[in-house]
Design a protein around this ligand. Sequence first.
Ligand SMILES: NC(=O)c1ccc[n+]([C@@H]2O[C@H](COP(=O)([O-])OP(=O)(O)OC[C@H]3O[C@@H](n4cnc5c(N)ncnc54)[C@H](O)[C@@H]3O)[C@@H](O)[C@H]2O)c1
Ligand SMILES: [Zn+2]
Length: 458
Amino acid sequence: MGAGKSTLGAALAEQLGRPFVDVDGEIEREEPIARIFETGGEVAFRLRESKHALDALGSPTPAVIALGGGAVGTDQIRKALRARALTMLVEIDAEEAWRRVAGQRPLAQDEAAFRTLYDQRQPLYDNAADARTADLDGAVLAAGGVHVEPGALERLGELVPAEGQVEIVSDARVAGIYGMDVQLALGARARAVHELAPGEQAKTVESLEALWHALRLERSGTLVALGGGCTTDVAGFAAATYFRGIDWVAVPTTLVGQVDAAIGGKTAIDLPDGKNLVGSFHWPVRTVIDAVTLETLPEEELANGRAEVVKTGLLAGEPIWELPPGEQVRRAAAFKTALCLRDPHDHGERAQLNLGHTFAHALEAAADYALPHGRAVALGLLAALRLSGLETKVVEETLRPEPVRVDRDAAWAALARDKKVVDGTPRLVLLEAPGAPRVGVEVPSADVRAALDALIAN
Ligand SMILES: NC(=O)c1ccc[n+]([C@@H]2O[C@H](COP(=O)([O-])OP(=O)(O)OC[C@H]3O[C@@H](n4cnc5c(N)ncnc54)[C@H](O)[C@@H]3O)[C@@H](O)[C@H]2O)c1
Ligand SMILES: [Zn+2]
């Protein structure tokens, strides 16, 4: 009571693109809650509440539902929650709750009675809650199965939801740093660590095939992917295909992984013809983000992630790059999680994540992939901002993009091959303003070519 479930629920529903049902609001529309209490007492209220809550929980349309604070006291509602819902506890302490609702609700008339009720309900909440949150980003992250907590690696045993056996996939470098910790945290459930070659070499058919052969999991098993985007891409695709799909948990250890690659359920390997050409959508049952792992990440890898943080900030219209590092990760991860939950199969607005990337991919291809992705994205963002007619200072100051020495014609040819070029006209993601992306904007070829040329050093 008083935790702000109605406000948070409505905001969450909007973030997830789902309808919102406020059970107390539905009851109130029938008859004022205060009057129900006066005439029929709490019993009458609980009956009405059950009806509305069970209707909402039984509906085939997925929705965000706000339940009154006493609803979990009803056995049938608890059962329906367990069967049908991801239940989130919105945390608030008794002090603050009383301050917000004192005298305004039938069960908040007397402070001592209110506190007793609060204490009585806690165990019920603890039991019903699949996740806890105090804010909107926390709710979005929980909805996407994303757990952000410094030190989470040590608690991986509790955070990997599986009952069955677990095998770990990691690259040789990350396995050397965190493999033992993760095995210890998973305890007896952890059976094997499969090592991939570090970096993009892992994303090949051969390396995936070797992984398929090495896996010994049963269908109820869970694959844990520990590493950067290359590891989570291959391991996620292995999980998507092994026995036609088993559960997997992503444990991203790079900034790119934590704000981008391990979120949203895209998995892929490369073909000689191009990157990420074969893959699948297979959402991890959980993504565990531990900022502590970034302490061992080399500076050039951090820089790759920073470019994605700036991209996310431009899309969100918030200077996310100015937040303290841990909060940057949480905010950027929440932004991508919400976007991907609204558009899980990339049929619509998710395309905005390509901001700056058409240029970046062209430069990377022209450089034979010797150009770090973050450096390419920094340049791509610069071009996207220029074509949007917007200030480029943010990108210049935070990412310090430097023009690259690549062949201009090769870069242009690569851009023209991009799947976003239709009938010779590039379709770009641009910004009307920070926070207001537009996807599929047709830009005259000559303007795009000039913008690309400006990123290349003579
Ligand atoms: N699936 C998606 O939605 C998505 C999104 C963005 C990027 N990606 C993919 O992600 C890949 C890039 O991922 P990346 O940038 O994380 O690279 P990466 O996985 O190659 O990791 C970079 C390097 O850092 C090392 N490393 C990782 N974590 C470390 C740590 N904590 N300490 C020390 N070293 C560590 C790795 O061994 C590797 O050498 C690309 O293949 C890209 O296509 C996928
Ligand atoms: Zn990128």
